[in-house]
Design a protein around this ligand. Structure first.
Ligand code: 5AD
Ligand code: SF4
Length: 458
């Protein structure tokens, strides 16, 4: 059954949701919908939702809520809630958004098409939050790629069984399951052939990749992807500190395309809080892993996630987090105020921290990290660093004026994921260029290229 019209997707949340939205769009395309960025033109609106924190969930409800009025003027408009909030709420979603047509859970994508058909046949308020042991598989649609497409996400595994006490992921994404290594390599080969230079492998805990299925290990998977022709860079997220293996450290060290960067969420620097979070490591163990990483890969860039204001977090616990950040000196951090999630165990813990105090701690922590990030950025001055060119930049800085007629301000990223701006006449998007860093700011580095296009040679 074919549809006619335009599809608009609003993606909230993490990188995995971005990947999932591409898959949803692929399904919509195969049913005759064309993609649009113009909400007014849309005949179907999908909100791919996130429930990791209260704010993201509210964003989804408020976006979808707007369509009550619009549907009165445009009754044929189809509205879909997909992803984590859909999985969490199920049919309860209709209590807040009665005009919703489809509630599509995180593991129901394979049945999206059949629900669209059922809707066309007259069915109303369709809910599908059934489990599925498989991750939805489809070939990437590379037909829409142009020379501006440099980087893509590829999900390699989904779900989590770590049950950190603050986290909804094990409940909304379900048990861990991995895609076959053949399928992953096939997909990335297709992407590389279509001109993609960098891929980020996604999973809630990539170190558990393939364990249940008896697949090759994650470091072995990296080895296979490293051999894909045309691909220049491999990133991955997220790694759980308790599962960080020596084999992975060696893979980062030895595989030339694997970026010298690791995102390793620590969440807290206090042993008491780490235990209450059920993280499975202590501050000492985490620091030992970082020391080993730094020994094997001295140039490694590190980033982390932090939660402040977890139930019962004392001022001293918070100070322990701060001192850990000062000791390790991460290149960047993502910090969040603890958000109570009713399906996660910590919601039932006593001693909730006042919102105001969480904000004070969050701002204080971010202020301290800004200084560390600036220091790390300044350490890059004078170095010659490989930059994967992502596009033109509009930023201007004194001392970096564009002189020649064809000179343009370009931007790209280092392996460590730092943004670099530089003027150039001849680099193209997707090239890797060596840039001499001359200036550093809190969020970017500035420099001049050393030579003409190196055509991706690292
Ligand atoms: N409140 C605040 N932050 C959270 N995260 C996960 N759950 C919560 C929560 N309930 C953060 C963690 C995780 C990141 C993706 O989101 O730091 O690593
Ligand atoms: Fe959530 Fe913990 Fe799993 Fe990460 S490891 S997804 S924080 S339960």
């Amino acid at each position: 059954m074919k549809f006619n019209g335009f599809a608009y997707i609003n993606t909230i949340g993490c990188q995995m949701n971005v990947y999932d939205s591409e898959k949803l769009l692929g399904i919509l395309n195969s049913y005759g919908f064309e993609s649009t960025n113009d909400l007014e033109k849309a005949d179907i609106v999908v909100c791919n939702t996130c429930s990791i924190r209260h704010k993201a969930e509210e964003k989804a409800f408020s976006f979808l809520g707007r369509f009550a009025k619009i549907k009165k003027q445009k009754p044929h408009l189809i509205t879909v809630m997909a992803g984590c909030v859909a999985q969490q709420e199920g049919k309860k979603a209709f209590e807040r958004v009665p005009h919703l047509d489809i509630v599509l859970g995180t593991r129901a994508f394979a049945r999206f098409g059949q629900h669209l058909e059922a809707l066309k046949a007259g069915k109303r308020q369709i809910v599908d939050i059934e489990d599925s042991s498989m991750i939805y598989e489809s070939e990437p649609d590379t037909s829409c790629f142009d020379e501006t497409q440099v980087s893509r996400f590829v999900t390699i595994m989904q779900g989590c069984e770590n049950f950190c006490t603050y986290c909804v992921v094990p409940y909304v994404r379900g048990a861990e399951r991995s895609r076959s290594s053949e399928k992953i390599v096939e997909e990335i080969t297709l992407l590389a052939k279509a001109g993609i230079k960098e891929i980020t492998l996604l999973g809630q805990n990539v170190n558990s990749y393939g364990k249940k299925e008896g697949e090759i290990s994650f470091p072995k998977l990296l080895e296979k992807i490293n051999a894909i022709e045309g691909l220049k860079r491999i990133r991955f997220a997220t790694s759980h500190p308790k599962d960080l293996s020596i084999d992975l450290i060696y893979a980062i060290k030895e595989l030339v395309k694997v970026c010298n960067h690791l995102h390793l969420p620590v969440q807290s620097g206090s042993n008491t809080i780490l235990k209450k979070m059920n993280r499975g490591y202590t501050r000492k163990i985490y620091k030992e892993k970082i020391a080993l990483l730094k020994k094997e890969c001295p140039q490694i860039a590190l980033s982390t996630d932090i939660i402040v204001g977890f139930p019962s977090e004392t001022r001293q616990d918070y100070e322990d987090t701060k001192s850990l950040l000062q000791d390790i000196e991460f290149d960047s951090i993502f910090a969040f105020a603890y958000s109570d999630r009713s399906s996660a165990p910590a919601a039932k813990f006593g001693d909730q921290i006042a919102e105001k105090e969480k904000k004070v701690r969050l701002n204080d922590l971010l202020g301290m990290q800004d200084l560390v990030t600036q220091k790390k950025n300044r350490e890059q001055i004078g170095k010659i660093i490989d930059v994967l060119v992502e596009g033109k930049s509009l930023k201007k800085r004194d001392g970096f004026e564009l002189s020649g007629k064809n000179m343009e301000q370009m931007m790209g990223r280092t392996e460590s994921n730092k943004i670099v701006h530089f003027p150039s006449e001849h680099v193209r998007i997707g090239d890797i260029v060596s840039v001499k860093i001359e200036n550093a700011y809190p969020h970017s580095l500035w420099g001049h290229p050393m030579e003409r296009d190196t055509s991706g040679v690292r």
